[in-house]
Design a protein around this ligand. Sequence first.
Ligand code: NAD
Length: 356
Amino acid sequence: MGRYVIAVLPGDGIGPEVTAEAVRVLEAVGRRFGHTFEFHEALIGGAAIEATGSPLPPETLDRCRRSDAILLGAVGGPRWDDPTAPVRPEQGLLDLRKGLGLFANLRPVRAFPALVDATPLKRHVIQGVDLLFVRELTGGLYFGPRREAGPDGEEAYDTMHYTRPEIERVVRLAAGLARARRKKLTSVDKANVLAASRLWRRVTEAVVRREFPDVALEHVLVDAFAMHLIRRPAAFDVVVTENMFGDILTDEAAVLAGSMGMLPSASLGETPPGLFEPVHGSAPDIAGRNLANPIGAILSAALLLRHGLGLEAEAAAVERAVEAALADGYRTRDIADGEGPIVGTREMGEAIRQRI
Ligand code: NAD
């Protein structure tokens, strides 16, 4: 029986609607398992810019640092889309990740039996998919030495830069996760061309050999992996990769789950708090209309329980409740199959809550 402090950052667009459902699910978990969750809301993104002028006010970062875990909705929207604006909502998210040292982004992708026909891939390809992406989040091509093109527009570059400790910590985290699952780790790189990838491969090999001899390690080139991911996605367990490769491959993998609205994520550092948020954005086209699928946010709450608080049974209870609600025919508009009735955000949340 624990007592946990959770920072809730609803953000913009559908963020507040879907996080409200995730919070209610956590309350139901608290009742069933005897835990107390203390929720503290704070501002981020466009909502924070409106109220304070900053997308990540110092009080928000402070509130997060004093919490056991952070649940976030989404940030951004057309109101703040002007590329010349001095502050943008997305900066709040980047600053939060940086401020908390979150170096690994986890994205589980599962094919729910009730949704296998909601994807563009064939049923036999999708069945049994249960993989976990671990993307390096603070290094690589997005953060290496760079140069913008000057006024002459002749030259610009970005650099894929990694150090051994940066690779070691993310591979160690991924291999530890593989150990608790099916003990298979796939490392994705471009070692036939890139020096940074050759270092990545060498360090990965050493960490897994030395510290995780019970985990089977394979190396796959990123171009081949992009193909395998849609040909035989059920063959993979934990996949670890560089920042940009992970950015691209996780969006490809999102297709396997049927809808953006289904996917959760976790960003972790060396120590808590971790950040837990759905993969989707603020979906301004459907915001405030009870149309959003809350499952990505609710499954993010499951990741918060598992990876943020170490509560595995509680996390599994949430995942089973989602599966049961889907099996019982509950569908939001984005995953509708033309058979059962379509429900709204609140009704889907309620259906899941009742099954905890
Ligand atoms: P989006 O993910 O918000 O929406 C893409 C499409 O998917 C839309 O048609 C939307 O209606 C639908 N969709 C998304 N989530 C859904 C859900 N839970 N249920 C049902 N349908 C859902 O991406 P976008 O339209 O490219 O971006 C909109 C805004 O969100 C932009 O300002 C962007 O910068 C921001 N964004 C934020 C994050 C984040 O907060 N992590 C991530 C991506 C985009």
